[in-house]
Design a protein around this ligand. Structure first.
Ligand code: CDP
Length: 247
């Protein structure tokens, strides 16, 4: 979010955004559950130009041992961007941004998993961004919760999110890369759909309280639609297993 002045027009005279969307339109989203053989649970998401894999391992033994918690499982999410996922090659390995995103994603997921059922274990969640196009933390988190469910890990509910933001003084849903780079604000939000508890909330840029409220409403409404896609992905996976068993 540079807020930089640019000649690039992000919204045209007909109110269309540069990718042709209206203000409160999502980019196309596809979710698939159970895409990796060796993980306990996995999911793949395509969200606009984002392509992200989430893999879950556990509950399993904790290494290093001193990280064990005798009262509950530790859930460790690691968000990673592949070197080829962005325009300029990203230096491999964790940087400040990915460490922060890993932390906020771990916290969000920990709020729905029944960690106390698995004391002294680790639940590891790997989020690998293969192609990035803005909104990867939310897309990664959305895929990760499907991967946890696919692993059969007991959870209160899935986690789902969406971002909204401000572009040319207009509140818009689900910013793409250009809007994220040259817009005025980006506000990623994630919720527990059943209770609407907010489990991730961040803001980059400036918005008034009124604008934040509007952006939150838009993001939460969209998140509820994405929740249906998550459930469909899980149903498709388990329906195909039942069909295989019946053959
Ligand atoms: O991806 P998200 O919107 O959650 O996080 P961000 O920090 O706001 O990054 C926005 C976008 O900038 C990413 O999705 C990438 O497309 C891009 N980016 C990049 O090109 N190089 C980086 N090292 C980090 C982000």
């Amino acid at each position: 979010m540079s807020g930089m002045k640019t000649d690039l027009k992000l919204i045209d005279e007909n109110g269309k955004r540069i990718d042709g969307r209206g203000f409160d339109e999502l980019r196309p989203i596809k979710i698939e559950a159970g895409v990796l053989e060796r993980a306990d649970g996995s999911a793949y998401i395509e969200w606009g130009g984002n392509k992200i894999i989430a893999a879950v391992y556990g509950p399993r033994e904790v290494y290093p041992k001193h990280m064990q918690d005798p009262s509950k499982a530790v859930l460790r999410a690691r968000y990673n961007m592949a070197a080829f996922s962005v325009d300029e090659r990203k230096k491999p390995g964790p940087d400040r941004r990915s460490i922060e995103l890993s932390m906020v994603i771990s916290n969000a997921l920990s709020s729905v998993v029944f960690l106390e059922q698995f004391p002294r274990t680790a639940i590891d969640v790997f989020i690998e961004v293969l192609q990035a196009d803005a909104g990867t933390r939310i897309a990664g988190l959305t895929a990760a919760s499907v991967a946890l469910a696919d692993a059969g890990i007991p959870m209160k509910d899935l986690i789902v999110g969406c971002a909204a933001g401000k572009v040319e003084n207009t509140i818009v849903l689900d910013l793409n890369k250009e809007e994220d780079n040259f817009g005025q604000a980006d506000l990623p939000v994630a919720i527990i759909p059943r209770t609407k508890d907010v489990v991730l909330f961040q803001m980059d840029g400036d918005m008034t309280q009124e604008e934040i409220d509007k952006a939150m409403d838009m993001a939460i409404n969209a998140a509820m639609k994405i929740y249906d896609l998550q459930k469909d992905a899980l149903k498709r996976k388990y329906f195909s297993i039942v069909q295989e068993d019946e053959q």
